[in-house]
Design a binder for this molecule. Structure first.
Ligand SMILES: *Cc1c(COP(=O)(O)O)cnc(C)c1O
Length: 375
């Protein structure tokens, strides 16, 4: 059972939107649940970073006036056409000459006029974000220079973007990325309208306490100032940071063998990142009508499927007397949780309920104190 916290989602969005000195694009892939999108919109998010036609359609159906940006560097031709023609999408990201040609051709083929926005995504050096994204997308500096020069005459809006990697704990990653961006902009010698610092803003997990949001924003503002791009706008594409605290999952213990708990959610469900990536989440025992007893001791989880890869080593700290039939609530699962569920082995049913309590862990810099607390 997924427990959504709409008030937490709205308060978190409000904090980020108020603190960030530019436009905040929510990265929809992180959690596309309509109730989540609604709560973020209530918190002031008006821009959406979509990577597929289905995400574009979903956001457009819900928010006729929202700005949708198509931020996947490799898009299907039909997706570009439909996004431009039917959903008013005007910004497209690219990291190759082939994609630039594709966007030009498909937009022209619609015959629908509009102000084309083109954003060139830069390759990043391998950093130490929890999820390294440096290998798959992004143009190396020299190629990015050529792409900016090539794109400028077509673009009513020209931008540069990067992604430092997800759950990036080090504010310096943005300094390095922005300095690299500055080199590319100077070498290209063209006017830049948007600098998009991507996502990757971290949240708290039991073994990870990130610096406060302000430390990241200070690096971004200082790095942006050093670019000297007069009149340019800043964009960010946070995913995890806006939604992680806004949902938890309740699962049941179906067997206990020593320090292993056999539970009914796992890496093919909403706990994908607890598998190979080894994410630790905040956990608590729920035993209706009874207080949990005993010291907290470390457990690992086995998921419900028959695959031996369906294991989560944690460790997850729970009361020593936990037993079959007990329930466990897992927090910080609003990000990359429900959206990664599969139907593998028949374990695909999950209810979504809305709750009014606070996140199970607070991330420094996000003010959710105003959120009402459940009785
Ligand atoms: C996934 C993704 C994001 C969001 O990343 P988080 O680490 O969740 O903030 C932003 N931009 C792009 C292009 C992405 O692929």
């Amino acid at each position: 059972m997924h427990c959504l916290r709409p008030a937490v989602l709205s308060a978190t969005a409000e904090t980020f939107v108020a603190a960030f000195p530019g436009d905040v694009l929510y990265a929809v892939k992180c959690n596309p649940d309509p109730a989540v999108l609604r709560a973020l919109h209530d918190g002031g998010v008006r821009h959406f970073d979509c990577a597929s036609l289905n995400e574009v359609r979903l956001v457009r159906d819900m928010f006729p006036d929202a700005a949708i940006h198509f931020m996947h560097p490799v898009k299907a031709r039909g997706a570009i056409r439909e996004a431009w023609e039917r959903h008013g999408v005007r910004t497209f990201v690219l990291d190759s000459a082939a994609e630039l040609a594709k966007i030009r051709a498909e937009v022209a083929a619609t015959g629908v006029p509009g102000r084309l926005g083109l954003v060139v995504r830069l390759a990043m050096p391998k950093g130490d974000a929890r999820l390294d994204l440096s290998g798959k997308f992004g143009a190396p500096a020299e190629q990015a220079v050529a792409l900016l020069q090539d794109a400028r005459p077509d673009a009513a809006m020209l931008g540069v973007s990067f992604h430092v990697g997800s759950q990036c704990m080090d504010p310096l990653a943005w300094r390095i990325a922005l300095d690299l961006t500055g080199g590319v902009i100077r070498a290209a010698g063209v006017k830049i309208d948007v600098v998009d610092v991507g996502g990757g803003f971290p949240v708290a997990y039991p073994d990870q306490e990130p610096p406060p949001l302000g430390a990241f924003l200070a690096e971004i503002e200082a790095g942006f100032d050093r670019l000297g791009v007069q009149g340019a706008r800043l964009w960010a594409e946070p995913g995890r940071a806006l939604v992680a605290g806004g949902a938890s999952v309740v699962m049941q213990v179906q067997a206990r063998r020593d320090d292993a708990l056999y539970v009914n959610d796992g890496v093919y469900g909403s706990l994908s990142d607890a598998g190979a990536l080894g994410f630790r989440y905040p956990v608590r025992l729920i035993r209706p009508g009874q207080d949990a007893t005993g010291a907290l001791v470390p457990f690992r989880f086995y998921g419900p499927t028959c695959d031996s890869a369906d294991v989560m080593h944690g460790p997850f700290l729970l009361p020593a007397d936990i037993a079959e039939g007990d329930w466990i609530e897992i927090g910080q699962l609003g990000a990359y949780g429900a959206c990664l569920r599969t139907a593998f082995n028949g374990f695909d049913r999950a209810r979504i309920v809305e709750v009014v309590d606070r996140p199970m862990l607070e991330t420094p810099g996000y003010d959710t104190r105003s959120v009402s607390i459940a009785a």
